[in-house]
Structure formats: structure tokens, C-alpha cells
Design a protein around this ligand. Structure first.
Ligand SMILES: N[C@@H](CCC(=O)N[C@@H](CS)C(=O)NCC(=O)O)C(=O)O
Length: 219
């Protein structure tokens, strides 16, 4: 098993998943361009999109975090997986897809708009750009981020873990948007989300993954 690991990225959660399941692996490291933060072209030799994470397991190459996590859980589990016919399994699938399908796009857009606003530009364009960014934030990003974080907070106030009373790989998948959220928005109104982050950060497998993965600014 090879994990193609881009520094400071979503592949951190695949390292955590591998550590939780105690699957032996080797790390192939890739460094982001410090200016653009993009992955190096060499990653495109492994998968055409050149995004991280990617894993190679024997003759299989897999991309997309949710698909990788689900593959690892089914191939090397059943540790962490709920019973296939249970309510918890439906919840596991829901949160596995929700993380990248619904929540991350809002966080990515926020990052893009925040970056545009703070980028150098001619002084006469600045008010226009700021105006557009403020409007997108007011009418679209702000309400959607608030709605989604309130929804997650409500869910975690009633369940110990995303799929119910025991940890599943959905918790690993949800870690990245919540950590990214913690670094970009004020989570003081969401005590259950903060408690969830503290709980996952105290797991030995999470800490081991951090140790081998290298610096990770979302944690
Ligand atoms: N939805 C994909 C997103 C993959 C993705 O965008 N990965 C980022 C790292 S967090 C990346 O490779 N960025 C570098 C680049 O875009 O060149 C997944 O969850 O695997």
C-alpha cells in the first residue's frame, strides 16, 4: 500500500484511516509549490487530476478521499464499519458524501474570496472587488456556512459520533472540513463541534498520522 501524500492536505485523513485500521503502508511524498500551493506535476503521473490523496494498493490506484476511505474500510475492515443493514450505515454513507459534496465547496469558496480580497490589486479596482466579495458573503456564503455548521452542531449535540454511538470512517472524512472550518470561521457558537475536534485529536492513531504526515495547519 502506497499513499501519495501531499503536505498539509486532505491525505492527512487517509494516513489517520490507515493508522486506525493498522494497515502497513509506505508514504510517497509530494510538496506543494510554496507560492501557488498547487501540487507538483509528478502527482499527475499517478492520477490524471494530480490531486491528493491517491493510494496505490497492488494493481489498483484510487483517488477521491471518500472513495478511498470506503475502499479501505470494506477491504481491510470491518473494524469501524457499521452493519450493512443498520441505520448507522446509512448515516455513515450520508456523512461520508456530505463532507466533500456539500460542506467543502462552501469552505473552498470562502478561501477563494478571502484570498482575492487580500491579494494586491490596483487601488481603483479594490472597492469593486471588495463589494462583490461582501455581497457573495452576505447573500450566499455566510448563510450557507451558518446553516451547515448549525446543522452539524445540532447533530453532534445528539450523537457521540457522526453515524451514531461509535466511531466510523465518516468521522475521519468529516475531520478535514471541520478542521478547515476551525481555521477559517469562528466556532465559539459550536461547542459540540469543538468537543468533537478535541476528541479526535486525542486519538493515538490521529497523533501517529500527524507525526508521519508532517506539519498540518488545519489541526
Ligand atoms: N474531493 C477531493 C479533493 C482533492 C483535492 O482538491 N486535494 C487538494 C489537497 S487538500 C489538492 O490536491 N490540492 C493541490 C492542487 O490542487 O494542485 C478529495 O477529497 O480527494
Amino acid at each position: 500500500m502506497i499513499i501519495h501524500h501531499l503536505n498539509n492536505s486532505r491525505s492527512q485523513r487517509i494516513l489517520w484511516m490507515l493508522e486506525e485500521l493498522e494497515i502497513p503502508y509506505t508514504i510517497q511524498r509530494y510538496e506543494r509549490d510554496p507560492k501557488t500551493m498547487l501540487a507538483p506535476d509528478s502527482l499527475k503521473k499517478i492520477h490524471p487530476l494530480g490531486k491528493s490523496p491517491v493510494i496505490t494498493d497492488g494493481d489498483k490506484t484510487l483517488a477521491e478521499s471518500g472513495a478511498i476511505i470506503d475502499y479501505l474500510a470494506h477491504t481491510y475492515g470491518p473494524k469501524l464499519l457499521p452493519a450493512a443493514d443498520s441505520q448507522a450505515y446509512l448515516q455513515y454513507q450520508y456523512w461520508l458524501h456530505y463532507a466533500e459534496g456539500s460542506l467543502m465547496p462552501y469552505l473552498m469558496l470562502k478561501l477563494v474570496f478571502d484570498t482575492i480580497q487580500s491579494s494586491p490589486m490596483p487601488f481603483f479596482i479594490k472597492p469593486i472587488v471588495k463589494g462583490i466579495a461582501a455581497e457573495v458573503h452576505k447573500t450566499f456564503l455566510g448563510p450557507n456556512l451558518k446553516g451547515n455548521f448549525a446543522f452539524i452542531e445540532q447533530h453532534l449535540s445528539q450523537h457521540a459520533w457522526f453515524a451514531g454511538e461509535t466511531m466510523t470512517p465518516a468521522d475521519i472524512q468529516m475531520s478535514f472540513p471541520l478542521e478547515a472550518g476551525a481555521s477559517r470561521i469562528d466556532l465559539s457558537a459550536y461547542p459540540h463541534i469543538r468537543a468533537f475536534l478535541a476528541k479526535i485529536h486525542s486519538r493515538p492513531a490521529y497523533q501517529k498520522a500527524l507525526e508521519v504526515g508532517g506539519p498540518y495547519t488545519y489541526a
